[in-house]
Design a protein around this ligand. Structure first.
Ligand SMILES: Cc1cc2nc3c(=O)[nH]c(=O)nc-3n(C[C@H](O)[C@H](O)[C@H](O)COP(=O)(O)OP(=O)(O)OC[C@H]3O[C@@H](n4cnc5c(N)ncnc54)[C@H](O)[C@@H]3O)c2cc1C
Length: 377
């Protein structure tokens, strides 16, 4: 990787300062929704929910590589907290692609200036990896469309000011009949479910959202009719290396904590690190961590350079999420009893580990990434 230029170093330093100032925000109280709203507001005050929105619309105007650098730095210093802003970033991309002219400018500048959170409503009980089997339906109505269906898990669900909802047309046409709609969660018929009691994902909120005959105007449709699958693929492909950057940042944090522990913990008269049973796995994990970064920033720079990136994006997500989980698991193992919460460092690794287990499913599970890769070999 190229060394950081002056601007990139400043972005990373700012992110580190921001994260260190907000370290206390991670202490979760009882009210998950209030915590999530507080954390999201903090990220939004720093402009971290709107990194990809152009400056003239109130965003930070970053490209993908620089957004990845910031996500990596934030995820190092405040690991496992960035899911709300990353979900909004996916939705911002969808609006950038699917909306035109004044409507696009109006939405993006509202998200940037008002610090809005957006929810991405795709997954259903019967449609996880197999998105062609969505049962949520959007029917044309005199006033636009009527949306009916249940979404199972939506990050930001209880704090979102805007939802992007995927639905099929009345005739079952699989992927070809999918559409994405902008939905105001305050509309009649939208029911926000109870927050999931998710292990990990500190300070973030997620849960189901039901749509009972929700009436939306015609301009709620994103892109052309039946273009939902294309929009989804483009957005997921662009989002995957950003998730990978966040995995790489959290993985580096876990790695540094584990290495420090291994070098300082003495058993059998020597530091743990002096035993090859400990140092050789760490050497392998350090190599995999470096590979995560290289894959991630290669995919991000391909997006910025208008080159093909779908294959590289899936490779980056697959590798970075696997590596994060393996580093965190190794950390929990060598912390011994401390993993029960005996120290702040141990609690941090356990938190990263809880998150890492779920990161493998987000934005396409591991086997889905492999299917994308295999389809392009
Ligand atoms: C913390 C968290 C937050 C999330 N947030 C959101 C959100 O904001 N919005 C949203 O819409 N969704 C969200 N999701 C859902 C996520 O996108 C799905 O979990 C993912 O798409 C996989 O779907 P599934 O969980 O139903 O798994 P399934 O599709 O049931 O798959 C289960 C397992 O089987 C494997 N598998 C599936 N099909 C095949 C196959 N053909 N061949 C081989 N293996 C296969 C998968 O790799 C996976 O390991 C979130 C998930 C998590 C864990």
């Amino acid at each position: 990787m190229h060394p950081l230029n002056e601007r990139q170093q400043a972005l990373v330093d700012d992110a580190r300062r921001f994260a260190c100032e907000h370290a206390g925000i991670l202490d979760p109280g009882d009210d998950r929704t209030a915590n999530a709203a507080q954390l999201y507001r903090a990220y939004a005050r720093g402009g971290y929910h709107a990194l990809l929105i152009p400056e003239h619309l109130g965003g930070r105007g970053l490209d993908y590589v620089n957004t990845g650098l910031v996500y990596e730095a934030l995820s190092y210093h405040l690991p496992a907290t960035l899911h709300g802003p990353i979900t909004t970033a996916h939705c911002i991309e969808m609006i950038r692609i699917g909306c035109q002219g004044a409507r696009r400018e109006e939405l993006l500048s509202a998200i940037a200036s008002k610090g809005l959170a957006v929810g991405f409503c795709l997954t259903e009980e019967g449609a996880g990896s197999d998105i062609a089997s969505l049962s949520t339906r959007a029917q044309r109505s005199p006033g636009g469309f009527t949306i009916t269906g249940d979404k199972s898990i939506v990050i930001n669900h209880a704090i979102a000011s805007l939802l992007i909802v995927f639905a099929a047309g009345p005739a079952r046409k699989g992927r070809a009949g999918l559409n994405a709609f902008l939905v105001d969660p305050a509309l009649l018929g939208v029911r926000i479910g109870k927050p999931c009691e998710t292990p990990g994902f500190a300070g973030n909120i997620m849960g189901g959202v039901a749509f009972d005959g929700v009436q939306v105007p015609p301009d709620s449709l994103l892109g052309e009719n039946d273009s939902g699958y294309f929009l989804l693929m483009e957005t997921l492909d662009k989002g995957r290396p950003l998730v990978a950057a966040s995995c790489a940042g959290a993985a580096k944090k876990a790695f540094d904590l584990v290495l420090d522990h291994a070098k300082n913990r003495v058993q059998f008269g020597k530091p743990l690190f002096s035993f090859q049973g400990i140092s050789l796995p760490l050497a392998e994990l350090a190599t995999r961590l470096q590979a995560s970064r290289l894959l991630t920033f290669d995919a991000l720079s391909r997006i910025d350079g208008n080159r093909t990136f779908s294959l590289e994006a899936s490779m980056a997500k697959l590798h970075a999420a696997d590596t994060l989980l393996d580093i965190a698991s190794f950390g929990v193992e060598i912390l011994g009893y401390r993993a029960a919460g005996a120290s702040a460092d141990a609690r941090e690794i356990v938190r990263i580990h809880q998150d890492a287990q779920l990161m493998k499913s987000i934005d396409g599970a591991a086997n889905v990434q492999k299917m994308v890769i295999a389809s392009q070999l």
